[in-house]
Design a protein around this ligand. Sequence first.
Ligand code: CTP
Length: 402
Amino acid sequence: MLGSKRILLIIGGGIAAYKSLDLIRRLRERGASVRAILTRAGAEFVTPLSVSSLTGDKVYQDLFSLTDEAEMGHIQLSRDADLLVVAPATADLIAKMATGRADDLASTALLATDKPVLIAPAMNVRMWLHPATQRNIAQLQTDRVSLVGPNDGDMACGEFGPGRMAEPLEIVAAVEAAFGAPRLLDGISALVTAGPTLEPIDPVRFISNRSSGKQGYAIAGALAGLGAKTTLVSGPTSLATPQGVNRIAVETAHEMLAACEGALPTDVAVCAAAVADWRIDHTANQKIKKTAGGLPSLKLIENPDILHTLATRGTSRPRLVIGFAAETEKVVEHAKAKRAKKGCDWIVANDVSPATGVMGGDENTVHIVSAAGVETWPKLAKRDVAAKLAQKIAAHLKGAAA
Ligand code: CTP
């Protein structure tokens, strides 16, 4: 919670500026008041009206505005805040900060402040990796400016790599950390599985499934955001590792199980991976060739059940074991049976029928099945399902410890 904290948000000019609108909402939801400076370039991406509607305040844009200076001078603007957040922090804004330039309202406020500053860089991967930017970042770190992100991932410019602005909830977590807010999962360790597994047929072929890993990655990020020491054991995905998460990349179910067992003991385990139920009995060492008149036959054998293994581990069982149930019919009924069969504490059940768009999509409607009964959550963005689940995990673990 950020009750009564005053944040001066500086929105630079980058495509990620749209995420700053969501950031304002997230900060205000937590009780912070947000005042915004929109740079000239920032105003090319989001309008002053959108920013002002979300902050509930006027937007500051011009260093030489007589009315602005009369109402609140730029010095007072930066002193009045408890924290300055620059999101997106463009290469240009970072360069100005590193060299102490003050040629517009944003850079002047940043130079005039005596308050802590947090930046969320966002730029093209080559701009981020350029020695000049890296030099500037090193300088800012020496100047005690805090950083959140950038994340790896696909970029609006079509390239891949570090440069994407951190997600709004990651920035919120960094803001909370900057205030030293007690984090609900400090001292707690978490294990999350995510993504598909990939089971080889021969050196070039495999069987797998369509899991995107989005829900599991969001959960790992949300747990880490609340302070949990989080290990994410992931099958192949194209997702960026969430901030503060230790990711172990695996391919097969066997590798996933070994990595999970290696990560124990943990307080909580969340099995969100779509583990392939079967693997090929004998993987061919060489590529299987077409032979005249014959089709290869593949014998499948069952993979280890990671959730069941973790849930029935006796003394090294995590205190809270959570599984997922992806169903296409009788969702709650099947989830209840699955909870009993797997021996886990909670099942997060969702309907993955093609019409729901859950597989690969960004939204999810889930039911939490536990010994206490069934809780149905409204349709939410996967990152909000993750945030709500992380809060519920925190309430459960801290309640149990009390
Ligand atoms: N799971 C696992 N290891 C497996 C199979 C599943 O850890 N080998 C976990 C998943 O991560 C998920 C839960 O078990 O948390 C549900 O998996 P699911 O495949 O939906 O259930 P099954 O037991 O395979 O049942 P069915 O295929 O009959 O629905």
